[in-house]
Design a protein around this ligand. Sequence first.
Ligand code: HEC
Length: 168
Amino acid sequence: MNVKQNKTFAAYVIAAAIISAFAIKPVEAKEADPIGPKLTPRLKQMLSEEMLSVKQASKQILDGLIVGDHSLVATQAQQIHDSFILARALTEQDKKDLTKAAPPEFLALDGQFHVTAKKLSEAALHKDYELQRFYYSRLVDSCQTCHTQFATDKFPAFSGAQPEGHSH
Ligand code: HEC
């Protein structure tokens, strides 16, 4: 009986966790605070420079995709991969400052972004243009997803925006 009660209790806890995850998570995810104001000036400057070069590289990638210039796509995607803020040499202090300012969700998105750029670059090296399109669209997804969650101060047009498939 005891075992059964425990099981029931465990089931209840799990169910409650699932329900609250559904009830709370989406709201939290969409209304996370902008991260810019929490960064040290040095990190903010690095992030901003990085974003501008990422934007430049993304445009170049699009140019490459349109004309089938695989090596342009490969180089620019590799550059996004290599130069992204978390991939380059941050000082120990920067790393501390970053983990203090950035929630795990931000770091996870950053990681995914990083991996997608690498995969795009590999697809280009294999001259697989269909896969390049796939990863390019993922790359654009990452920009929007992260900006909606963490850069609504910079991009107010994203405030209150709903990702597709969620109409409340
Ligand atoms: C992991 C999160 C994340 C991802 C992924 C991301 N960004 Fe950003 N981006 C930010 C944040 C945060 C800011 C605001 C920084 C600030 O407050 O200055 C920003 C700002 C920018 C800016 C404005 C920079 C400035 O200082 O004017 C540009 C342009 C930009 N991002 C382009 C992109 C593009 C293009 C992609 C995808 C290819 C992308 N970002 C992916 C987090 C992200």
